[in-house]
Design a protein around this ligand. Structure first.
Ligand SMILES: NC(=O)c1ccc[n+]([C@@H]2O[C@H](COP(=O)([O-])OP(=O)(O)OC[C@H]3O[C@@H](n4cnc5c(N)ncnc54)[C@H](O)[C@@H]3O)[C@@H](O)[C@H]2O)c1
Length: 368
């Protein structure tokens, strides 16, 4: 059993917990949160009794866990991953988006490398059977050469849409994104979990294999995790629970496939969350134990998903097509707003996730 410690015991920590416990390969030994009641709620919900710490660094020093889950808001991801790496666990599983900027994401990787720690970023939809089926169908040539993929997001680029940039690469066999061109609108002073975001965005991504993708964010009445994939010889319509395939072998009509997972059935309530989290945790155990050479969520993939998002901001900042890897280490949206070039026309900072905070906090918990 690998001993797990969790930093940040809010909503998403539940998904890590569910995943670890479903595999029977992990034991939850410690929790850290600024709020004792957040940790008590976890104990009650999962019927577990880990030790509690209101200071994450003290927890790391005293508990010496094998695995650390970082589940604070985005701005805490680099801080806590680097702190965790210094305590030399076997692995860190950090929530997405990987970091507040590319420079910090690179520091996370360096800290983990120099301490011999495996680092994965929680883009858990890589473990959904429908996503993997779509990737396999594409690799087998079921839709011919992929020409175009479309995807719709919302709630700001860094939060929701890093899942989508990560999905695009996963579908294309982790192909490299060569360049990004995009634009944003930001008339209000909008934040998501204390991270500055735009009001709307759109982007084009060019991949090495020749495929292109477009992403609209906060531009459509509804959005979802998934994609429409257009190939030279067919199409796939992908959601988190299943897909529809149309090609010559389906007689030119849509054929539906809803594969079950290893940990849950596709029709079960909460399937997407349990299957993604448990698959991610199980592969983490395999990785730690040397049974696999790589984890699907390994840091290199988390970094590229974030680079594609920040390249949209950089494209909007510089009015150009941005080649990857991105060379700007700071957050280009912060650069353009702080330089005075994109002042909100309707002033007044607000955070679309402020409802998650406790007590009197209206912007953020401290993350340090
Ligand atoms: N992978 C996914 O699909 C997915 C889904 C939802 C959220 N997330 C990510 O998970 C992260 C957390 O989001 P959430 O919705 O769980 O937030 P949340 O507000 O529900 O929980 C965050 C917790 O971190 C605690 N915290 C803050 N600073 C701390 C510190 N210094 N030390 C210890 N604890 C601290 C807070 O008290 C809170 O309990 C975000 O980065 C978000 O993007 C990922």
């Amino acid at each position: 059993m690998h001993k797990v410690a969790i930093i940040g015991c809010g909503g998403m920590s539940r998904n890590h917990l569910r995943g670890y416990l479903a595999t029977d390969r992990f034991e939850i030994v410690a929790l850290a949160d600024l709020h004792e009641e957040a940790m008590e709620a976890v104990d009650r919900e999962f019927d577990i009794s880990p030790v509690h710490f209101t200071d994450g660094r003290r927890m790391l020093a005293e508990v010496r866990p094998d695995v650390v889950s970082v589940c604070t808001w985005h701005i805490g991801h680099a801080e806590w991953t680097i702190a965790a790496a210094a305590a030399r666990p076997k692995a860190v599983l950090c929530e997405k988006p990987m970091a507040e900027n590319i420079g910090r994401a690179e520091q996370m990787m360096i800290a983990c490398r120099r301490n011999g720690v495996k680092l994965a970023v929680a883009h858990q939809r890589r473990f959904l059977p429908a996503y993997t089926l779509a990737r396999d169908l594409i690799a087998e040539g079921a839709v011919g050469d992929v020409q175009h993929i479309t995807t719709l997001g919302g709630q700001g680029l860094p939060n929701y849409c890093t899942h989508q940039t990560d999905m695009l690469r996963y579908l294309l066999g982790d192909d490299a994104c060569l360049w990004v061109m995009g634009n944003i609108e930001r008339k209000t002073d909008r934040y998501e979990r204390n991270t500055r975001i735009e009001d709307r965005a759109e982007a084009v991504f060019q991949f090495a294999c020749g495929a292109r993708a477009t992403m609209l964010c906060d531009l459509t009445p509804s959005f979802y995790q998934g994609a429409r994939i257009y190939g030279a010889e067919g199409m796939v319509d992908l959601t988190t629970t299943g897909l529809r395939l149309l090609n010559e072998s389906t007689g030119g009509t849509w054929e539906t496939r809803t594969p079950d997972g290893r940990f849950a059935k596709a029709k079960e309530r909460g399937f997407e969350w349990l299957e993604g989290a448990a698959g991610q945790a199980d592969e983490l155990a395999d990785w730690i134990e040397g049974k696999v050479d790589a984890h699907r969520g390994q840091a290199e993939n988390g970094l590229q998903a974030l680079q594609m998002i920040h390249a949209i901001y950089e494209s909007a900042r510089c009015h150009e097509r941005v080649d990857l890897p991105l060379e700007t280490r700071l957050n280009p949206l912060d650069l353009v707003v702080d330089s005075g070039h994109l002042q909100p026309q309707r002033p007044g900072r607000y955070d679309i996730r402020v409802g998650r905070l406790r007590g009197e906090n209206m912007e953020s918990d401290s993350v340090l």
